[in-house]
Write a protein that binds this ligand. Structure first.
Ligand SMILES: *[C@@H]1O[C@H](CO)[C@@H](O)[C@H](O)[C@H]1NC(C)=O
Ligand SMILES: *[C@@H]1O[C@H](CO)[C@@H](O)[C@H](O)[C@H]1NC(C)=O
Ligand SMILES: *[C@@H]1O[C@H](CO)[C@@H](O)[C@H](O)[C@H]1NC(C)=O
Length: 234
């Protein structure tokens, strides 16, 4: 092997490694980054955000109740569960808890019902969507409880027949929504029969997202670019 050949080969190997390194480095612009928002913000906000005191679905009792029922029952229908009705006893319980929670601790009440909580959503529907969208993380082949999907499994729990909610404005942190469910869901051992697969509505995004972000897709790009670099570098 001549000196010229060996330098060419190591140069090719180097450029191959370089391409691999660049590709493996986490994308700095967030396109492939996880959506946890852990990167520091690029600008500083100096004006305090307004308190969202006028959201109709939170302010108006009738709109509040109908938004809870509609959003909840849309998800329940999509997962083969009967619609829930609004129960004043449950609503009173939630409101009583929020009245005692004067410093907005954003914690569970520890009451006798199933309970979902959310803070800072744009409106009631956005809160319920947040809970329902946890279905993307739920593994229907391994039914059971997890922190990441517990709101969703309570929301569509088949044996739950009643819902009742309360809300409280927590200053600039926004609205604190508390919903009670009865009979309560998330009972260990019953997830398989009580949490139905999605049978209606637009599909959850999980499968498509996994396909796009999965290791196979990335690995193919590494391989193609790696081979290209070997071919193209003189
Ligand atoms: C009920 O909820 C669904 C899904 O969130 C929404 O598309 C629909 O507009 C709502 N309907 C009413 C009457 O609010
Ligand atoms: C409402 O929920 C309470 C509390 O669990 C229950 O005892 C009651 O029967 C429910 N009311 C109606 C009208 O279903
Ligand atoms: C469903 O709820 C009823 C009360 O309405 C209760 O008696 C029953 O045990 C519950 N079933 C299951 C499977 O949890």
């Amino acid at each position: 092997m001549t000196l010229a050949q060996s330098t060419t080969i190591s140069f090719r190997a180097l450029s191959f490694l370089l391409v691999l390194l660049i590709l493996h480095h986490p994308c700095p612009y967030g396109a492939l980054a996880s959506p946890d928002g852990s990167r520091p913000p690029r600008s500083t906000i100096t004006v305090a955000p307004a308190v969202p005191s006028r959201v109709p679905q939170f302010v108006d009792d009738a709109l509040f109740t109908s938004a809870v029922l509609n959003s909840t029952n849309v998800f329940r229908d999509q997962h083969g569960a009967q619609p829930v009705g609004y129960n004043a006893t449950l609503a009173r319980f939630a409101a009583g808890y929020l009245a005692r929670d004067s410093d907005c601790r954003f914690a569970h009440s520890g009451g006798p019902y199933g309970e979902n909580i959310a803070l800072g959503c744009a409106d009631v529907r956005a809160c319920v969507d947040l809970w329902g969208d946890e279905r993307r993380e739920y593994d229907f082949r391994k039914p059971g409880f997890s922190e990441a999907t517990g709101h969703f499994t309570q929301l569509v729990w088949k044996n739950t027949s009643d819902v009742g909610c309360g809300r409280r404005l927590c200053g600039q942190r926004g609205w604190f929504l508390v919903c009670e469910y009865w009979p309560r869901g998330n009972i260990i051992g019953q997830f398989g029969e009580q949490v139905g697969k999605q049978v209606k509505g637009s599909g959850s995004k999980s499968d498509a997202q996994r396909a796009r972000n999965g290791p196979n897709w990335r690995w193919s790009v590494y391989m193609i670019l790696g081979f290209l670099s070997i071919l193209l570098v003189p």
